[in-house]
Design a protein around this ligand. Structure first.
Ligand SMILES: CC(C)(COP(=O)(O)OP(=O)(O)OC[C@H]1O[C@@H](n2cnc3c(N)ncnc32)[C@H](O)[C@@H]1OP(=O)(O)O)[C@@H](O)C(=O)NCCC(=O)NCCS
Length: 475
């Protein structure tokens, strides 16, 4: 049975080579009760998780989960059940659940800003992180402790600040983001421990340490990029230990005085964190991580996938689309004008951003949650951009259905995530995917911890050329 101190003790093992001991010392420089509590909570899950995996392997390794078809091979592996992902499961009809809990349940059960004595009502991303990592709802003290721990890890190393400052302003914020995240691996505790010969069964511990360091630092990386490119915020990325992660982040971006945006940011990060494993960013982190690349390299790769317009970049495209519409027909278009605009997008061969989904066949509960937030805030209810997004969510599905291509005509999370940001003045939508990138770490990195806790192997599916496929089909 692993105990609270095992990770540290293991890291300091007397038999460990000297460089590993040095890495271990680095890994233990941050010592907060909360970290230990989270590490302990994760430690407690290890035996049961390993036993569950061993039982599944022993009893069901040959059990079929469905057939792999030529359609899967040619069609982006849609629906092929071939990846383990612990934090969340996506159902086509009911949407995402995190360890079995829906978004409304999480909003009800997870410790919120108010619970830890901060202004605001929304669940804390820290609470979501705890749930994703342990499968359990944290107590208020646990959520608060984790929040303080993350704040204590948030300071950027000087070389990263300098690196970000060298990027041309014209370099897309997502490229800046993924480059800076990769470079943070200079201090990877996993890489140091691996080089020092840590045992495979202990890989998850420095992976967890790296993951917490990275999650803690992403807001400061993002805020520095925002400051350099758009000149907002104070450029210093200072953190206030009395504030939670989303609150500090919103302050760093220069919007700390906007309580509605601070609370929105908490909800935003929480609901964008995890969306099971098959989406491009999550899958990329898992795939790259399966080569035992450290969490910084794995997550940097994930960000490059998130930067694609069919994935995370769609949130920036939605705002582009709406502003184009407003330019054409004004900020209060008629239903018919909106419908005409949708058709003109479709007829020009473009996709309607924010609509459709590879798995979902109903409106995305993340969209519903973010839209529900808008309904609670008078300033958002008045916003023409928010109103337009909400009207679109009713007008676009019939048009997309009539168009007849997409399997899901309903809004996904990206359809609505940007409008509140825009309304609060965070209107540089080239930056929106970076916010998604800050959030996705809350789901992708816990899975890396699970991957290593369970000792999952390097990914290596089978590919075939068309000639090889034809030859196989003739047999
Ligand atoms: C998310 C998305 C990439 C899923 O793709 P998918 O799994 O291939 O979706 P489908 O199986 O429903 O696609 C079937 C067809 O409908 C089209 N389609 C899907 N969503 C569409 C949309 N929003 N607008 C127009 N056409 C769409 C596809 O491009 C595809 O056309 P093709 O056969 O000519 O290639 C796709 O819906 C899309 O491009 N949406 C817009 C971008 C977006 O919002 N991305 C964020 C996702 S969270």
């Amino acid at each position: 049975m692993l105990t609270l101190t095992i990770p540290r003790v293991a890291l300091r093992s007397a038999t460990a080579p000297r460089q590993f001991a040095a890495a271990a010392a680095a890994a233990s420089t941050v010592r907060f009760a909360s970290t230990k509590t989270l590490t302990e909570a994760v430690s407690e899950t290890v035996p049961a998780k390993r036993e569950q995996l061993a039982k599944l392997k022993a009893e069901h390794a040959e059990t079929k989960l469905g057939d792999s078809t030529v359609g899967h091979l040619l069609g982006g592996m849609r629906g092929l059940k071939c990846m383990l992902w612990e934090g969340s499961v996506l159902d086509a009809e009911s949407g995402i659940t995190f360890h079995g809990k829906s978004i409304p349940q999480c909003q009800k059960e997870l410790p919120s800003a108010k619970d830890i004595g901060r202004p605001g009502k929304e669940m804390l991303p820290e609470s979501m992180l705890w749930l994703l990592l342990t499968g359990k709802v944290p107590t208020v003290e646990e959520a608060k402790g984790l929040s303080q721990d993350l704040v204590s890890r948030a300071k950027l190393p000087n070389y990263i600040e300098k690196l970000i400052d060298t990027f041309p302003k014209s370099l897309h914020p997502m490229t800046q983001f993924s480059t800076a995240v990769a470079a943070l691996n200079h201090d990877s505790k996993f890489a140091a421990a691996y080089n020092a010969g840590v045992k495979k069964t202990e890989f998850w511990q420095p992976t967890l340490e790296d993951s917490l360091d990275l999650i803690a630092r992403l807001p400061a990386v993002a805020a520095r990029i925002y400051y350099n490119v758009f000149g907002k915020g104070d450029g210093k990325q200072n953190v206030d230990p009395s504030m939670d992660l989303a609150e500090n982040f919103t302050h760093m971006l220069g919007y700390g005085d906007k309580e509605g945006l601070v609370d929105y940011m908490r909800l935003y990060i929480s609901v964008h964190g995890d969306h099971e494993g098959g989406n491009v960013s999550a899958h990329t982190a898992h795939l790259v991580g399966s080569a035992l690349s450290d969490p910084y390299l794995a997550y940097s790769a994930a960000l490059n996938g998130l930067a694609g317009p069919l994935h995370g970049l769609a949130n920036q495209e939605v705002l582009n689309w709406i502003l184009e519409l407003e330019k054409e027909v004004g900020s209060d278009p008629s239903d018919q004008q909106i419908i005409d605009s949708l058709w003109s997008t479709l007829k020009s061969g473009r996709v309607v951003p924010g609509y459709g989904h590879a798995v979902l066949r109903q409106p995305d509960p993340r969209f519903t949650a973010l839209s529900g937030y808008c309904d609670t805030r008078p300033e958002l209810q008045k916003s023409p951009t928010v109103k337009l997004v909400q009207r679109l969510s009713h007008l676009a599905p019939p048009v997309l259905t009539e168009h007849g291509k997409t399997k899901n005509p309903f809004p996904n999370v990206d359809a609505g995530s940007g409008a509140p940001l825009y309304t609060y003045g965070l209107d540089e939508f080239k930056f929106y995917t970076v916010l998604f990138g800050v959030s996705r770490a809350f789901g992708a990195l816990p899975q890396l911890v699970y991957d290593r806790m369970l000792g999952l192997p390097i990914e290596r599916p089978k590919s075939l050329s068309m000639d090889a496929l034809e030859a196989l089909l003739k047999k």
